[in-house]
Design a protein around this ligand. Structure first.
Ligand code: CAA
Ligand code: NAD
Length: 292
């Protein structure tokens, strides 16, 4: 295997973030705010423009609260370079992949990253559910492939769930843990099973909320208010599903259902129908609720 000593967390100076959607934009912001040079790549140029606007607005909130100086905000924005060619990532120390939640599409990207990036680079995936071991097996450096699972919105949520694949080295694990702490996160560690820790528990709740709506137990508003006021969740499960993206929720449930083989993870037909209809949630202006 073509592995080389991966860089120490303090030596991670250049980070590639692939996918400039909800998650990639927030992850790029965190890495830039920690002083790293960031190459942010997306196959859709419009996603890059939206990401730059969302990063500026997110950092702007911190400036207006007095938590960040205007100069530090400007420096962070300047450290992010939007790119459209994966070749630009050849010199980075760490890649964090945050593209669509599809094993086939992610595997193709990992094959390309393995070919392009320097041998010491760490390849991390922000996947919500997909096997890190299988993504790693698409590369010649499985010891340097790891799950680095952020939560939405990344600048606010304090957690990073780290997933070791079957061959992830201890050295890479501790470097990614230190890097996550350097960008202000608390780390938990999961074995490589479908949905890891948080989504294994969260997604069945979201699915159950869809079943409650589908079978007429209550209105969407009452389901959400019930869970917000009855269990002190910041968002109701249907509102949270819209916030995450219904496509992401459905993909995760399919991974849980296929991987764990239990009908309790079978996606509710209403969730499937919404995704089929392009009602992907807040990011598209329509999901369970309308945001138009
Ligand atoms: N950047 C910077 N600051 C932000 C921000 C962003 N993107 N989004 C929110 N904020 C800040 C606001 O400025 C505000 O700060 P102050 O309290 O200091 O004023 C604070 O966060 C709260 O924001 P809002 O008042 O706008 O809204 P809110 O109180 O409703 O909070 C929320 C928004 C933080 C998203 C909250 O509703 C929440 O925690 N929701 C649940 C989120 C959650 O569960 N995420 C995990 C989903 S699962 C997942 O991510 C994994 C997966 O694989 C699917
Ligand atoms: P999103 O739809 O907001 O963004 C995905 C971006 O990836 C899009 O801009 C798309 O153009 C781009 N993309 C797709 N295929 C690409 C490719 N081959 N090369 C380059 N760019 C490509 O999705 P998201 O919500 O940011 O989720 C991204 C990843 O993060 C998924 O794996 C998801 O499961 C995971 N995740 C999502 C959340 C969440 O709450 N949404 C939380 C944690 C993890």
């Amino acid at each position: 295997m073509g592995t080389q000593a991966a860089p120490a967390a303090s030596e991670i100076a250049a980070v590639g973030v692939i996918g400039a959607g909800q998650m990639g934009s927030g992850i790029a912001q965190l890495a830039a705010a920690a002083g790293c040079g960031v190459f942010l790549l997306d196959s859709d140029p419009a996603a890059l423009s939206r990401a730059v606007a969302s990063i500026s607005s997110s950092l702007g909130r911190l400036v207006s609260k007095g938590q960040l100086s205007q100069a530090a905000c400007d420096d962070s924005v300047k450290r992010i370079k939007c790119v459209s060619d994966v070749q630009e990532l050849r010199g980075v120390d760490l890649v964090i992949e945050a593209i669509v939640e599809s094993e086939d599409v992610k595997k193709k990207l990992f094959v390309e990253l393995d070919r392009i990036t320097k041998p010491s680079a760490i390849l991390a995936s922000n996947t919500s559910s997909i096997s890190i071991t299988r993504l790693a097996s698409a590369t010649s450096r499985p010891s340097q492939v790891i799950g680095m699972h952020f939560f939405n919105p990344p600048p606010i949520m304090k957690l990073v769930e780290i997933i070791r694949g079957a061959d992830t080295s201890e050295e890479v694990f501790s470097q990614v843990k230190s890097f996550s702490e350097r960008i202000g996160k608390t780390v938990i560690c999961s074995q490589d099973y479908p949905g890891f820790i948080v989504n294994r528990i969260l997604m069945p709740m979201i699915n159950e909320a869809f079943w409650a709506l589908y079978t007429g137990v209550a209105t969407k508003e009452d389901i959400d208010t019930g869970m917000k006021l009855g269990t002190n969740h910041p968002m109701g499960p249907l509102q949270l599903a819209d916030f995450i993206g219904l496509d992401v929720c459905l993909s995760v449930l399919r991974v849980l259902h296929n991987g764990l083989g239990d009908n309790k993870y079978s996606p509710c037909p209403l969730l499937v129908q919404y995704v089929d209809a392009g009602r992907l949630g807040k990011k598209r202006g329509l999901g369970v609720y309308s945001y138009r």
